[in-house]
Design a protein around this ligand. Structure first.
Ligand code: ADP
Ligand code: MN
Ligand code: MN
Ligand code: MN
Length: 336
């Protein structure tokens, strides 16, 4: 039987922001997820266990074609379990799975806009060796070697996501030079979050080929430069149906009440980004508005005009854990 490589990808226990890890297993070619064996690793090297009893279990939960290797090779996203098969505390996917199941009749969809910043060494890509580029203004959706930096990497990444089967729907250059965005969705949970983590992994991995690293830090350059977010667009069967705008207004009241609880899982260092400037609302305030990019939540013009659709939670930072963010949105909006 032909051999393939299976890249096992999982999320570690690093605090305050977990990191992706992966290692390669060479196995007989596979047809479906059930053909992929469980595996283990040393949790003491990933801040998930102490030295004496450190083996943790990798349970494959999603398989995709590996777009960077040969036909038949696969990427395998895993959940982390304790040796006895119980859920490891760092495994936030398990909780989202339960929440999504509990509220499945609401038919929640998510679309996430992942912003990120490219770095070469310790400088944003394309920035002068000392000093700063010209102030922000012309870079967003720009074109030209003096305006955008890293498009070849961005295109290679989008191409890899498409070939892997990730529901990527667009990319754009962002307001700060060297900052970019891709969008995934609209997809239900937990798939949206699985796909976002896999797309992040591909971004870092493809960056290796270019000698460029991507960071999800929410405020990579201090001062008058935009931060990086992960706007999370959300809808339910009810918000998409006739009269859905009323359901969205009810949702805004619920979100306002639980603002602090949401902010807690919307990404570390988000206070550096949510200042009230640079298209954000201050971190301690909740405000929503139609077409308002300075609000915590924006209701797109198209939703207002149609009287139904989705809303955009602009609070999540680029480095948020989509498992936690999706779980919070479902619980708050669909719960009593
Ligand atoms: P922005 O104008 O905020 O930059 P983008 O075009 O970058 O918007 O992103 C819009 C996002 O909204 C996409 O990820 C898309 O999948 C998502 N989206 C569209 N319709 C819905 C919907 N009904 N429910 C949830 N998400 C949606
Ligand atoms: Mn966008
Ligand atoms: Mn953006
Ligand atoms: Mn947006």
């Amino acid at each position: 039987m032909a051999k393939i490589t299976a890249e096992y990808i999982w999320i570690d226990g690093q605090k305050p922001t977990a990191k992706l890890r992966s290692k390669t297993k060479i196995i007989d070619s596979v047809k479906s997820l059930t053909d992929i064996p469980e595996w283990g690793y040393d949790g003491s090297s990933t801040e998930q266990a102490t030295g004496h009893f450190s083996d943790l279990l990798l349970r494959p939960v999603k398989m995709m074609p590996d777009p960077l290797h040969r036909d038949g090779d696969v990427l395998v996203l895993c959940e982390v379990l304790n040796p006895d098969g119980t859920v490891h505390p760092s495994n936030t996917r398990a909780f989202l799975r339960e929440v999504a199941e509990r509220y499945k009749e609401h038919d929640c969809w998510f679309g996430i806009e992942q912003e990120y910043t490219l770095f070469e060494g310790n400088r944003p890509l394309g920035w002068p060796a000392s000093g700063f580029p010209a102030p922000q203004g012309g870079y967003y959706c720009g074109v030209g070697a003096d305006e955008v930096f890293g498009r070849d990497l961005v295109e290679a990444h989008a191409d890899a996501c498409i070939r892997a089967g990730i529901h990527i729907v667009g990319t754009n250059a962002e307001v700060m030079p060297a900052q970019w965005e891709f969008q995934v969705g609209a997809v239900p949970a937990p798939d949206i979050a699985d796909e976002l983590w896999l797309a992040r992994w591909l971004l870092y991995r493809i960056g290796e080929e270019f000698g460029i690293s991507a960071t999800l830090y929410p405020k990579p350059v201090k001062g008058d430069w935009n931060g990086a977010g992960a706007h999370t667009n959300f809808s339910t069967k009810a918000t998409r149906a006739e009269g859905g705008i009323k359901v969205i207004e009810e949702a805004m009241k619920k979100l306002a009440k639980r603002h602090d609880e949401h902010i807690k899982v919307y990404g570390a260092h988000n206070e550096e980004r949510l200042t009230g400037l640079h298209e954000t609302a201050p971190i301690h305030e909740f405000r929503y508005g139609v077409s308002d990019r300075g609000a915590s939540v924006r209701i797109p013009m198209a939703t207002t005009n149609a009287g139904r659709g989705y809303f955009e939670d602009r609070r999540p930072a680029a480095n948020m854990d989509p498992y936690q963010v999706c779980a919070k949105l479902i619980e708050t909006v669909c719960g009593a």
